[in-house]
Ligand binder design. Structure first.
Ligand SMILES: Cc1cc2nc3c(=O)[nH]c(=O)nc-3n(C[C@H](O)[C@H](O)[C@H](O)COP(=O)(O)OP(=O)(O)OC[C@H]3O[C@@H](n4cnc5c(N)ncnc54)[C@H](O)[C@@H]3O)c2cc1C
Length: 495
């Protein structure tokens, strides 16, 4: 057969159609960068969040092992216009680590869990570490930190919006113990932030880090682990929660005291003289790890190799200002509500009143404008949690809202806040409730950042839509300083 130019051309085109050169995709960008990527319809395990009410299907999941992997992943996402969402322990109340919508690139910190004790009380930890494993690891060096109660919660999300535990009145929120961090910004640049480097970012990071970028490592100042733990101008050594359970007739007060027995006896006697004698008491002297285990309900702190827990729930929070304690009328309305309102089938609930503030609390002793954490002048954080072992009942959300409204309807003049770690995706007026106290400082902070054209980090709830920005405006080089001055006198960016 004689090949004419036409037939040659025909064969060339046919070959190209049979083997088209694939267009670059986000997945090829990630794999070409040497990243470990999962993209499969059968990834049920990786995409099942703690709260079974939600399910989002990511575009792909990437598993970084170092900061530069996160930078590369963000750059690929920018290139392909895909939203990015970091996920550490996966315990967000609304599965926000999956991006709160389908189609995100999820940066999952499963393989970044390293904890290193560097001496002098300083520890570095990667965001995928779980609270329980972290507590056990630093205790090997006789060290401890204040943080939340559940062993499977991840450092990355927990430290993002505060991080409260029973030792927080003594040592502060988890963010108050952070002295540095590595952060990947929305343009993929990695920066170190600390009280002496990138101070603006360090401010915003402590209280709203998911609005700024992706944390790849924390540096924290630990404390000597107390030898014994027992457990209202309460001394700061006391951490306390009052729990009300559905069907229960009692209020359970639980907590611990970080000090000696004589002091504990004195403190608890004075507290009980105000509340009246309890129907039952249980007081034990514990070491630090046993106290943490008991506070989380007895589950082992070590999470490696254990099954990930799940729940099906809707939760809300009320952060109660110090100037306006919950009134007796409001409490009576709450009791009236939960003793009379019909409870949806298959549903149970609990309410946890957590003592955060008070004159002696380390949380309140931090200057209200020193960090982006917005609730320094608040006494209690109350959590209202409805759950089911079946599918979520249609009236379940309304029931939980009713618990909260029974209080707020009777305290109309009080500006309650909400705690972003107890994330409520249906909260009306969430920006005000999560962030009101820092809004002015945040606007000023944003004015220092150079405006760019799109948002890439997808997180919930953002303080404001964070624009991609150039790092040099944050670094205090002479040019950056000039830029900063210009930006400071420019109009605020549109959100
Ligand atoms: C059973 C249980 C018990 C809890 N107990 C407490 C408690 O005692 N005290 C308390 O304060 N809170 C408590 N919480 C709330 C908990 O602190 C938050 O849900 C927290 O955000 C979970 O963090 P995570 O890393 O596990 O979740 P994820 O779902 O992985 O992340 C939560 C959010 O943070 C973002 N994020 C995650 N990693 C990073 C990162 N590296 N950089 C930037 N952003 C990131 C995610 O995108 C997401 O928006 C509890 C939650 C549960 C489910």
């Amino acid at each position: 057969m004689k090949f004419t130019p036409t037939t040659t051309l025909f064969f060339f085109c046919a070959a190209a159609l049979a083997n088209p050169v694939p267009a670059p995709t986000i997945v090829s960008c990630l794999t070409d960068g040497g990243l470990n990527v999962e993209q499969s319809p059968n990834w049920q395990t990786s995409t099942t969040p703690f709260n079974a009410r939600f399910h989002y299907t990511p575009k792909a999941i990437v598993y970084p092992t170092r900061t530069s992997d996160v930078s590369k992943a963000v750059q690929c996402a920018v290139q392909h216009g895909v939203r990015v969402s970091p996920l550490s322990g996966g315990h967000s109340y609304s599965a926000s680590g999956y991006g709160s919508q389908d189609g995100s690139l999820v940066i999952m910190f499963r393989d970044m869990t390293e904890v290193s004790y560097t001496g002098d009380g300083i520890v570095t930890v990667q965001p995928g570490a779980h609270l329980g494993d972290f507590a056990l690891e630093i205790y090997k060096y006789g060290r401890a930190l204040a943080h939340g109660l559940c062993p499977h919660v991840g450092l990355g999300g927990h430290a993002g919006f505060g991080g409260w535990g029973l030792s927080s009145r003594n040592w502060g929120l988890l963010i108050d113990q952070v002295v540095g961090a590595d952060l990947v910004l929305a343009n993929g640049t990695a920066v170190h932030i600390s009280p002496t480097e990138n101070l603006d970012l360090f401010w915003g990071f402590r209280g709203a880090s998911p609005s700024l970028g992706i944390v790849t490592q924390y540096t924290m100042q630990t404390h000597e682990a107390p030898a014994t733990v027992w457990g209202l101008t309460a001394p700061k050594e006391i951490g306390i929660v009052a729990n009300v359970w559905q069907g229960g007739k009692d209020i359970e007060m639980a907590g611990y005291y970080m000090g000696n027995q004589d002091d504990f006896d004195r403190v608890i006697t004075s507290l009980l003289s105000a509340t009246g004698p309890p129907s039952a008491t249980y007081v034990q002297e514990r070491g630090w790890i046993a106290a943490l285990t008991e506070a989380d309900g007895g589950a082992p702190l070590a999470t490696k190799g254990t099954a990930e827990p799940h729940d099906t729930f809707y939760a809300k929070s009320l952060v109660v200002p110090t100037y306006s304690p919950i009134t007796k009328v409001a409490l009576a309305a709450l009791v009236q509500y939960f003793t009379t309102a019909p409870l949806p089938a298959n549903m149970s609930w609990f309410i946890q009143f957590e003592l955060w503030g008070g004159g002696n609390s380390a949380i309140s002793s931090v200057d209200a404008r020193a960090t982006a954490y917005p609730h320094r002048h608040h006494h209690w954080t109350c959590q209202f949690y409805g759950r089911t072992t079946a599918s979520w009942p249609s009236q379940g959300t309304a029931y939980v809202n009713g618990l909260v409204n029974s209080i707020t309807d009777h305290m109309q003049g009080t500006r309650f806040g909400a705690y972003a770690n107890y994330l409520d995706p249906e909260l009306a007026g969430w920006r005000e409730k999560y962030y009101a106290a820092i809004t002015r400082d945040w606007q000023e902070f944003r004015r220092k950042l150079r405006k760019d054209d799109f948002v890439v980090i997808r997180n919930c709830p953002p303080v404001s839509k964070m624009k991609r920005f150039k790092l040099e405006t944050i670094l205090h080089s002479p040019e950056a300083e000039r830029e900063l001055q210009k930006a400071l006198h420019a109009e605020p960016h549109q959100q």
